[in-house]
Design a protein around this ligand. Structure first.
Ligand SMILES: [Zn+2]
Length: 456
C-alpha cells in the first residue's frame, strides 16, 4: 500500500511541477512516458522505450526545445520538454509519431498549452486512442481490465524487439549505402583523363589539392553519409528529415575542411550525395521502387530554391549564392529540384550502355563525364571563369559526345590534348564531377536494389 501511495504522490507532485514549468516559460509542455501496466513501471524495457521516443522528440523539434528534464521515480522514466512551437503543431507531430513509430502505441505523449490544459486528439477530428492490443478504445479496455498485465507486457516486449531489429537493419543498411557512396567518390576521382579535374595522373587545374587529398576527404565523409542514411531510414517527416540532413551536412563539411587543411574538395558532393543516399534509404524503408527515388528527392527538396530568399549578404557568400544574386543562376539546387533528371534520364542510362559496350569502368566514366559536361550548368566553371566559358565547354563536349565520345578514332590522344588545354586555361568541371560520382552511386545501388528491398 505504501508503494501505491508513494506512486500517486509522485504523480501529483509531477503535475504540480509541470504546471510551474509552464508558468515559468510560458510555453507548451510535452511529456513522454511508457504505457506500462502495474505499479512497478521501472522495468528496463519500459524505461528504454521512454528514452527512445524522447530521442524522436528531439529530432522532431530540434532547435525548438527550450528546456528538458528527466524525472525518474516510481512512475518510470518520464521525459519533459518545453517547446517553442504552437501546442497544435506539437500535438500534430506527436500524433504522427504515435501512429508511425514501431513503439508509438506503447507510449503516451501528452501536450499541454500555456494554461496547462491538455491538447486532445479530438481537436484534430480524431477519435480517442485505440487499445494497443485490440480494436476497442484504450480507456475502455483499461477500465474493464480486458487484458491482463502479462498480456500487455508481452505486447510491449515484442514491439521492443521489433524496434531493436529495425535499429540493426538501419545500422547495416546505412553502413552499406555509405560504402557505395565512398565507391562513387573514389571511382570518380580515379578516372582519367578528366578535363581539368584531379585524377591519379594529374592535379588537373588545381594547385591546392591532389589525388590523395581526395582520398583523405572521401574517407572522412563516409561517416556523415552513414548518419544521413540512418536518420531517414524511418518515418520521420521528409521536411524535418531534410533539415536534419543539412545539419549533418554542415558537420561533415567541417570535418572535410579539417582533413584537407581548408581546401574545398567535396562541398558540392556532400550536398548531392547526401540527398542521393538519404532518398535511397527512404525508398527502401518505404518498400518503393528504384525509380521512385527521383520523386522522393523532389518531395524532400521542394522548397530548396527558397534558400536564395534567405541569403545574408553581411556574411561571406558561397559560390552558389553569389552566382544566384548576380545572375539568377540556380546551379545544383536547380538540378536537385527537378529530381536529378540529368542523372536518372541522362547520365545513368549512358553509363549502363557504355559499360555494357566496353566492359571498362574508366572509359565508361570518361564517356559519362563528357555527357554531363555537355548538359550541366556547372557552377565551378562559371565561378572560376564566366558564362561564356561554360557555354563554350558545353558546346564542345556536346559535339564530342555526338561524334561518339570515347569511340572517336584516336580519342585517347585527342582527350589528352584537350585535357592539357583545359588545365592550361584552369578550367575545372567540378559540378559535372559530382554528378558523375552520383551516377556511379546510383549505378551500383540499382544493381542490388531489389535485394536491398527484400533484406531491409
Ligand atoms: Zn483492448
Amino acid at each position: 500500500m505504501l508503494d501505491i501511495n508513494q506512486f500517486l504522490q509522485n504523480r501529483e507532485d509531477r503535475v504540480v511541477y509541470q504546471n510551474s514549468l509552464i508558468s515559468k516559460y510560458n510555453l507548451p509542455l510535452l511529456t513522454v512516458r511508457t504505457n506500462y501496466p502495474g505499479e512497478n513501471k521501472n522495468e528496463i524495457i519500459a524505461n528504454n522505450i521512454s528514452d527512445i521516443i524522447s530521442h524522436e522528440i528531439e529530432l522532431l523539434f530540434e532547435g525548438k526545445i527550450i528546456y528538458r528534464e528527466l524525472i525518474h521515480k516510481l512512475e518510470g522514466k518520464i521525459h519533459i520538454f518545453i517547446i517553442n512551437d504552437t501546442p497544435k503543431n506539437i500535438k500534430f507531430q506527436t500524433m504522427y509519431l504515435e501512429e508511425t513509430h514501431i513503439l508509438g502505441r506503447c507510449v503516451d505523449i501528452d501536450v499541454y498549452d500555456c494554461n496547462g490544459n491538455g491538447i486532445s486528439r479530438q481537436e484534430f477530428g480524431k477519435g480517442k486512442r485505440k487499445c494497443m492490443l485490440c480494436d476497442d478504445l484504450a480507456f475502455v479496455c483499461g477500465r474493464t481490465l480486458k487484458h491482463s498485465h502479462n498480456e500487455i507486457k508481452e505486447y510491449i516486449n515484442q514491439k521492443y524487439i521489433e524496434f531493436k531489429n529495425y535499429e540493426l537493419k538501419a545500422e547495416q543498411l546505412s553502413s552499406l549505402l555509405s560504402d557505395i557512396a565512398l565507391e562513387g567518390m573514389i571511382y570518380e576521382v580515379s578516372s582519367f583523363p578528366s578535363f581539368g579535374l584531379v585524377s591519379p595522373l594529374s592535379n588537373g587545374s588545381h594547385n591546392d589539392m591532389n589525388f590523395f587529398t581526395f582520398l583523405d576527404s572521401s574517407f572522412v565523409l563516409k561517416n556523415g553519409f552513414k548518419e544521413m542514411a540512418k536518420i531517414i531510414y524511418s518515418a520521420l517527416p521528409l521536411d524535418i528529415a531534410f533539415k536534419k540532413l543539412r545539419i549533418i551536412g554542415q558537420q561533415t563539411e567541417e570535418q572535410m575542411f579539417k582533413t584537407t587543411n581548408n581546401v574545398n574538395t567535396h562541398k558540392g558532393m556532400i550536398f548531392l550525395l547526401g540527398i542521393a543516399i538519404s532518398c535511397t534509404a527512404r525508398a527502401i524503408f518505404e518498400k518503393k521502387e528504384f525509380h521512385d527515388i527521383q520523386s522522393i528527392i523532389q518531395e524532400m527538396t521542394k522548397d530548396i530554391l527558397k534558400d536564395f530568399d534567405k541569403i545574408d549578404t553581411s556574411k561571406p557568400l558561397t559560390h552558389g549564392e553569389k552566382l544566384f544574386l548576380e545572375h539568377g543562376f540556380t546551379g545544383i539546387r536547380g538540378e536537385i529540384q527537378n529530381g536529378l533528371e540529368v542523372v536518372f534520364k541522362g547520365s545513368l542510362p549512358i553509363f549502363n550502355k557504355t559499360l555494357a559496350q566496353t566492359n571498362n569502368f574508366n572509359l565508361t566514366a570518361v564517356q559519362t563525364l563528357i555527357f554531363l559536361m555537355s548538359k550541366v550548368m556547372d557552377s565551378t566553371i562559371v565561378y572560376r571563369h564566366d558564362f561564356e566559358t561554360l557555354h563554350e565547354v558545353k558546346t564542345q563536349m556536346e559535339n564530342i559526345f555526338n561524334d561518339g565520345g570515347i569511340f572517336i578514332e584516336n580519342s585517347t590522344e585527342f582527350f589528352n590534348r584537350l585535357e592539357k588545354e583545359y588545365i592550361g586555361r584552369r578550367i575545372s568541371p567540378g559540378g559535372s564531377a559530382d554528378l558523375l560520382a552520383i551516377t556511379i552511386f546510383f549505378y551500383k545501388v540499382h544493381k542490388i536494389f531489389d535485394n536491398l528491398k527484400v533484406k531491409f
